[in-house]
Design a protein around this ligand. Structure first.
Ligand code: PRT
Ligand code: ZN
Length: 210
């Protein structure tokens, strides 16, 4: 029997809930913070601990058979993977936000503006669909400080409670997509017997929680 590999986030917002859902499926494994791979004792599965950004590509290429990652990362990386199950955690929205003092009201008023983001693919797709030409400033983190520094007119980033926007003098302008953590597999692995068993267990954990 082939040992499956599942990629989950090593540390960060999705790590704890990803570990929890696998443990609730009855899988026994050590969750060593220092090790990058952990063998499940009672199921043919190994857990790979990775940066979330790398997970879609690992799964697309079959280096991992399964993965748990935010939908935002899958779309941004353009990975070709199969969606098996939404997991109900890591919920957030990707929004364009503007300065509190900015009084634009319509999307088309973004024309010609500079927008800072770590999600250039999702943003450019959205702008294109709305026929808007704007300047995308690709920044890897702390995107919210852009407008205050005069780096950009607007930002496009993940929002959950909205307090980071508020603390930086920004307000949401338009919501582009909602996201949550999802279970994905390499295309073609959906019908593997062990994958089906794992999906069944995850679904019953989710049902018990609902
Ligand atoms: O190290 P690694 O690359 O693995 O992790 P990371 O730092 O890139 O990601 P991490 O752990 O911050 O987030 C992992 C995933 O959690 C994201 O890809 C989303 O799918 C999901 N998620 C859910 C969030 C948030 N909520 C969230 N609030 N990711 C980031 N944020 C950040 C956001 O970027 C912003 O700076 O929190 C801030 C806004 O939060 P509020 O509550 O102030 O609105
Ligand atoms: Zn990341």
């Amino acid at each position: 029997m082939k040992t499956l590999k599942i990629a989950i986030q090593k540390s960060g917002r999705l790590n704890e809930k990803s570990v929890e859902i696998l443990k609730n499926c009855g899988l026994s494994f050590e969750n060593y913070k220092s090790s990058l791979i952990s063998k499940v004792g009672n199921f043919p599965l190994e857990i790979l601990f990775l940066r979330d950004d790398d997970i879609p590509e690992y799964v697309q290429d079959g280096i991992a058979d399964l993965g748990i990652v935010g939908e935002n990362i899958i779309i941004e990386t353009n990975a070709k993977v199969s969606y098996l199950q939404k997991l109900g955690f890591g919920k957030c929205s990707l929004k364009i936000a503007i300065k509190n003092t900015c009084d634009i009201n319509e999307i088309k008023e973004l024309e010609g503006k500079a927008i800072a983001t770590s999600y250039p693919v999702i943003l450019s797709r959205y702008l294109k669909a709305n026929n808007i030409t704007a300047q995308i400033r690709n920044i890897s983190g702390s995107v919210e400080i852009g407008p205050g520094l005069g780096l950009s007119d607007a930002i496009f980033d993940i929002v959950s409670t909205g307090s980071t926007l508020k603390n930086n003098g920004l307000k949401p302008f338009v919501s582009v997509m909602d996201s949550e953590a999802v279970l994905i597999s390499t295309q073609g692995m959906e019908l593997n017997a062990e994958v089906l068993e794992l999906v069944k267990r995850i679904q019953s954990v989710l049902r018990a929680k609902a």
